[in-house]
Design a protein around this ligand. Structure first.
Ligand SMILES: [Cu+2]
Length: 435
């Protein structure tokens, strides 16, 4: 299919920039450098927490008067309406999260200029046994950072440790969300959680990871797997969970460096979707029939495709009854975990950016092909509405201000624009591991 006109113009501009070099076309190229959480200076970390706390308490309107037009309060920052607008389960996973994080980063920087860029959380540094910070005061599961991996059983697995200890999830107030009511009405328990999440704990919740292991084993023991779990339909996934049990009897999922690195190889994972399949087991489960799903699971490292899921699962967990799930496990509203959510997804974006850079080095025409991001249903038959290359990203709650140029379509940026504006050599930010 011929690209849409704005896309052709963008291709021409991209060609010019590649020929001249980014520095020649638009002045010296100085992207923000995103660092690992534990590499932040004390001042940067303080600014991050002040920024997050401010965004959780001050509305967009009030915040813009104080901090300028890039500020965004938690009401708009929450993912739910956007998730209902197709930010998951297919090609848009990373264009959505990249945009979401960029919007958040710009807001954080406007609140706390001591922060230079959004940090990321490298889960492999906390990997039980081999992670550099595992068992040290610098582990993310410490008082300084996110608190314990499992919540406190005395308060129904609520989070009572870490920098955001005792934080409450907002109740859903329809009058606060008039523009989104068609797609989002809060949880059945009346909180800003996913529509089917019955968790009634007002505290941010982290159910024990051992519940999850139990639930997955039960699913695996059922004939044909548990059909309510999309990933359980995948061959041999249900379930070779890779975990250890610590001296307190807590289950900790493992995610070693080799798994993270595997997804970066453009020789094995040649296209945008192949990288996605490596990263995310749910995307793999919803892939078209023609995709050889086993390629991404076996005989390779079985849990590679849990790079997205593992931190959600181990910190969110499940309640084992009535579809009650922990906040980080809730696909609609996991930003209720103010530190873990953005930093984990920045780590996924880091993988995407490194893969894109490696794929471009191998084949310099990749940016012109948008890394083979699907542009039509013929290319990706299981695509939902709004997720193809030229579609407006999250049309129910679109992104309109994340780049310095306005969107070509006044309704909001499209997936190709996100890929275009964040391409190697032009993105407003990169990661320290790319230097
Ligand atoms: Cu996620």
């Amino acid at each position: 299919m011929a690209p849409a006109l704005p896309q052709r113009a963008a291709c021409a501009a991209m060609l010019l920039i590649m020929l001249l070099g980014p520095g020649t076309a638009a002045g010296a190229y100085k992207p923000r450098i995103r660092k690992e959480l534990r590499s932040l200076t004390d001042e940067e970390y303080r600014s991050l927490i002040i920024g997050l706390s401010t965004m959780l308490t001050i509305s967009t309107e009030a915040g813009r008067r104080l901090f300028g037009p890039k500020y965004i309060g938690c009401g708009e920052r929450r993912a739910a309406p956007r998730v209902q607008s197709n930010g998951h389960n297919g090609p848009p996973f990373m264009t959505f999260h990249r945009s979401f994080l960029l919007e958040m980063e710009q807001s954080l920087l406007s609140v706390g200029p001591g922060l230079k860029a959004l940090p990321y959380w490298d889960i492999t540094l906390d990997n039980p046994g081999t992670g550099k910070y595992f068992g040290t005061p610098k582990t993310i599961f410490s008082e300084k950072y996110a608190g314990q991996n499992d919540g406190d059983p005395i308060v129904g697995s609520g989070v009572t440790t870490g920098v955001f200890a005792w934080r409450q999830v907002n109740r859903f107030i329809p009058a606060q969300w008039p523009q989104y009511l068609k797609v989002y009405n809060g949880s059945t328990a009346g909180f800003t959680r996913g529509p089917t999440n019955t968790n009634a704990n007002p505290l941010v919740t982290r159910f024990p990871t051992q519940n999850l292991v139990k639930a997955l084993k039960q699913a695996a023991d059922q004939p044909g797997g548990n059909t309510s779990l999309p990933f359980a339909k995948l061959p041999k996934v249900a379930f070779d969970m890779d975990y250890v049990v610590n001296q307190n009897g807590q289950v900790l999922l493992r995610y070693p460096v080799a798994n993270y690195q595997r997804c970066l190889d453009p020789k094995t994972y040649k296209t945008w979707m192949e990288w996605n399949f490596c990263l995310d087991i749910t995307i793999l489960a919803t892939a078209p029939k023609t995709v050889d799903k086993g390629k991404y699971l076996w005989p390779q490292v079985g849990t590679t495709a849990l790079l997205h899921a593992a931190p959600h699962w181990t910190t969110g967990g499940v309640g084992l009854k009535n579809n009650s799930i922990g906040d980080m496990f809730d696909v609609s509203t996991s930003p209720n975990e103010p530190l873990l959510f953005p930093l984990h997804h920045a780590n996924l974006d880091r993988s995407a950016m490194m893969w894109q850079a490696a794929a471009t080095k191998q084949d310099p025409s990749m940016p012109f092909k948008y890394w083979h991001y699907p542009a039509s249903k013929a290319e990706y038959p299981t695509a939902n509405d709004g997720v193809l290359l030229n579609d407006v990203l999250c049309s129910n709650a679109p992104f309109k201000t994340i780049f310095s140029s306005p969107p070509a379509n006044p309704k909001g940026y499209t997936h190709w624009e996100v890929l275009y504006y964040t391409r190697p050599g032009a993105s407003p930010y990169i990661y320290d591991s790319m230097l």
